[in-house]
Design a protein. Structure first.
Length: 358
């Protein structure tokens, strides 16, 4: 049966009628359609642009499709109707088109340096094998490859690039040659500079960004997914590391404390910013509204944050919004989330793939 929704449709901000026929939106009236929402603000389904369905609480790989499905449902019930999985040690392509699962855009496994990343999460490879591994992981994902650009190097007691600059540039080239976009995990100043200048498509976290590099990202159109809710955990990580790696601990704290100003500068420079929580492992799923509020606290206007979590993020991932023939994914809020961003914590109606979730 066709569904009917009426409300203020964003981003245009006009009161409109939408009809949902199967998994598509139309503005043409459909006789006999069931009205499921009348009033409020209608938003294209939210996006968590950096999460990990393949990593369970505690940082271990999941062991079954049911676990991935449960995590996806947690996000869906918060109004997140599209997910970019930024690296999974557990493959779950069977869920790509499953009813009730948010739209999935997946990287393969993280491509990481040997014995310098989270145990059992990435494929750990020496420099000479990085490009070939990236090519293989491009086939395992659906348009993205995830690179680990830096991590702690215990021999120096601080963050350091994963490989030499030439290897990291070759990794980006290999991803592009395979038809994939490259996302890079990076915390350090050196690691993020190497990867931005190598032409990476998105910087994940990016705590080490300088003002000069932000300007370069703006010129290139390189995206930033700040995962600010995760960066707030740096204090705990630093406390655990301090007995052995005091310099690393101090570095993390400094990166954390300056990060809100970094993100604000990136926004002001026109860097495309998208909302991602880094859910999986240490961060619970379903917290996209909290990430949005932290971005707002950092100085981004509420309307810009909403766009970064909804229609702009969907366009970035190739997912049509609430346009003629677009995908039937929407969330209804009782108040205007462009002005009262906290309302995103409490969606009134959620529709995914043309099916009412609640």
């Amino acid at each position: 049966m066709a569904l009917h929704v009426r409300g203020t449709v964003l981003p245009d901000g006009e009161v409109r009628d939408l009809w949902l026929v199967g998994d598509r939106v139309t503005f043409e009236p459909v006789a006999g359609a069931e009205t499921i929402s009348d009033g409020g603000f209608v938003v294209p389904g939210l996006v968590d642009a950096h999460c990990h369905l393949g990593i369970a609480a505690g940082g271990r790989p999941i062991e079954s499709l049911d676990q991935a499905r449960e995590l996806a449902h947690t996000d869906r019930d918060a109004g997140v109707l599209a997910l970019r999985d930024a690296g999974s040690p557990f493959p779950y392509p069977e869920l790509d088109d499953e009813t009730g699962i948010p739209r999935l855009v997946r990287a393969g496994r993280h491509v990481a340096p040997v014995r310098r990343y989270l145990r059992d999460i990435g494929i750990e490879v020496a420099a000479e094998d990085v490009a070939a591994t990236v090519t293989a992981q491009a086939k395992a994902g659906t348009g993205w490859v995830k690179l680990v650009g830096d991590w702690i190097d215990r021999s120096v007691g601080d963050l350091a690039p994963a490989w030499d600059a030439a290897t990291m540039a070759a990794a980006v080239e290999a991803a592009h040659a395979a038809g994939a976009r490259a996302a890079v995990h990076t915390f350090s100043e050196e690691g993020v500079e190497i990867m931005v200048r190598a032409g990476v498509d998105s910087v994940e976290h990016g705590t080490g960004l300088s003002l000069d590099l932000i300007e370069e990202m703006g010129r290139r159109g390189t995206a930033l997914v700040p995962t600010m809710i995760n960066i707030r955990t740096f204090g705990t990580i630093a406390d655990q590391a301090r007995p052995r790696f005091a310099g690393y601990a101090d570095h993390l704290i400094a990166l954390r404390d300056r990060f809100p100003s970094v993100v604000r500068a990136a926004y002001e420079a026109g860097v495309p910013i998208y909302v991602g929580t880094d859910a999986g492992g240490g961060i619970r799923h379903g917290l996209v509204a909290e990430e949005m509020l932290i971005l707002h606290e950092a100085g981004l206007p509420a309307a810009a944050v909403l766009a970064a979590a909804s229609w702009r993020a969907r366009a970035w991932l190739g997912l049509p919004g609430l346009v003629e023939g677009g995908l039937a994914d929407l969330v209804v809020y009782p108040e205007d989330p462009r002005r009262t961003l906290a309302v995103t914590r409490h969606p009134r109606r959620i529709v995914l793939r043309g099916q009412v979730i609640r």
